[in-house]
Design a protein around this ligand. Structure first.
Ligand code: LRH
Ligand code: MN
Length: 431
């Protein structure tokens, strides 16, 4: 069944026809430059064509902060419209065939209908995300925590929600659950820290017992926010220890914005690969806190250094290496579709640059303690203009050479503005 296409396919053909000749010239030039280094461009392009990253369902609506959220006309009002926009990103960019849903934000009455709706656009569901950081009417409050709350009935409510997310995920065809909790404290002395972690492990053991065969559970750590003094799962070390306590199918998820600004995230990635507990990523960028900015928009070298570790593991076939890539961003001032298109490309760029690293030269420089040559080997790769390889991969996958140009020319957002009437007065909050 050919997927439905929210954008007129002819528009992509017309756009590509205008850009194809220049792309071919740039691609041939890159091939020559890489061949001089003994690198086969076609092999790189083929790997880029296979690269995929999941779209966060909550990322296709306008994001906000605690101060305000500024909705845009034509943004999705429900999960079906979110999936339509995800289909636009996949049709134009051809690197995002999966969507990571969040519950209860994406709750519907008929999940089979939702699955079929997604499949009609060629979209499948990735890891499901539970939510025990917001209260629902008539439910027990998570003000003082969820899986670690001192009150057993609140913990049981949070456990039941996670198990329900697994059941929903099974109906949707997902194969993983991501558990991020904001549990922690705002005052020294407010929380008995070891008891809180013990309650966490006790609750997670019940959830892990409900994980179906072939599924994984990802623990997502975060330094702070909403808790502002201590967070129960604050860092990779705590996440790793808990994963080893809970079971082989429990791994660590690295959200790039969940670390102190000076953290060496690529070393955390290297550790989790070494000890076979790297479950996946929430990619984004940040300057200060969990800013959820567009991937590669502030610190593209950071993303490259992370992919340098990932490509090293991929090429040496590191045991247990099967990370799931997802974006987790908040688009407060841009059109979410455009930001997500550009962010997927930023990941393809970091991946391609990491693929052109001369690993033999890097290895001998490292073994020989030639620090300058080792760093220069990476600098040579990150300075490589791999744009034509990314564009060629996208075009060969049936996408647009310039996806944002086609998106704007399609006037998709303007069409949706009339098709999706809604109140645009902003409220605060991330979604
Ligand atoms: C927490 C987080 C988590 C999601 C939420 C939307 O900051 O990164 O992954 O549940 O954002
Ligand atoms: Mn996240």
């Amino acid at each position: 069944m050919t997927p439905r296409t929210p954008i007129d396919p002819d528009l992509i053909v017309r756009h590509n026809a205008r850009l194809q000749k220049d792309l071919a010239a740039d691609y041939e030039h890159l091939g020559t430059v890489l061949a001089r280094r003994g690198v086969d461009l076609e092999a790189i392009t083929a790997r880029i064509q296979r690269f995929t990253v999941a779209i966060p369902s909550w990322g296709v609506g306008s994001g906000g902060t605690r101060f305000a959220r500024f909705p845009i006309a034509g943004e999705p009002r429900n999960v079906f419209e979110k999936l339509e926009d995800c289909a636009v990103i996949q049709q134009l960019g051809r690197a995002t065939p999966t969507v990571s849903p969040h519950f209860p934000w994406d709750r519907v009455d008929d999940f089979r209908e939702l699955r079929e709706f997604a499949h009609s656009y060629g979209i499948v569901f990735d890891a499901v995300n539970s939510n025990t950081f917001e209260d629902l009417p008539g439910r027990l409050s998570y003000k003082f925590g969820s899986l670690t709350h001192t009150d057993k009935s609140v913990r049981e409510q949070a456990i039941a929600h996670n198990i329900e997310c697994i059941e929903i995920g099974q109906q949707l065809g997902s194969r993983a659950l991501t558990v991020w909790i904001g549990d922690g404290s705002n005052f020294p002395g407010q929380l008995n820290m070891s008891k809180a972690l013990e309650r966490y492990l006790e609750s997670m053991r019940v959830i892990v017992a409900a994980i179906p065969d072939g599924w994984r559970l990802f623990i997502e750590h975060k330094l702070y926010e909403p808790a502002l003094y201590s967070t129960v799962i604050a860092d990779w070390g705590t996440s790793y220890i808990c994963a080893t306590q809970l079971g082989a199918n429990v791994q660590c998820l690295v959200d790039l914005g969940h670390h102190a600004p000076t953290t060496n995230i690529e070393q955390i990635v290297s550790r989790l690969i070494q000890f076979e507990r790297l479950g996946g990523f929430h990619f984004n960028d940040s300057k200060y806190g969990d800013d959820d900015l567009d991937t590669g928009s502030v610190n593209p070298f950071q993303i490259f250094l992370v992919f340098n570790e990932l490509v090293d593991a991929e090429l040496r076939r590191a045991p247990g290496f099967a990370p799931v890539y997802m974006l987790d961003q908040s688009h407060n001032v841009t059109d979410p579709v455009e930001s997500l298109l550009e962010s997927a490309v930023a990941l393809q760029r970091a991946y391609a640059q990491a693929l052109v690293v001369d690993r033999d030269a890097l290895n001998s420089a490292q073994e020989g303690n030639d620090a300058l040559m080792a760093n220069r080997t990476l600098q040579n790769a990150v300075r490589m203009d791999v744009e034509s390889a990314i564009k060629m991969a996208r075009m060969r996958n049936g996408g647009a050479i310039d996806p944002v140009a086609v998106f704007r020319d399609s006037r998709y957002r303007q069409c949706k503005a009339s098709a999706r009437p809604q109140d645009l007065t902003g409220k605060s909050g991330i979604v």
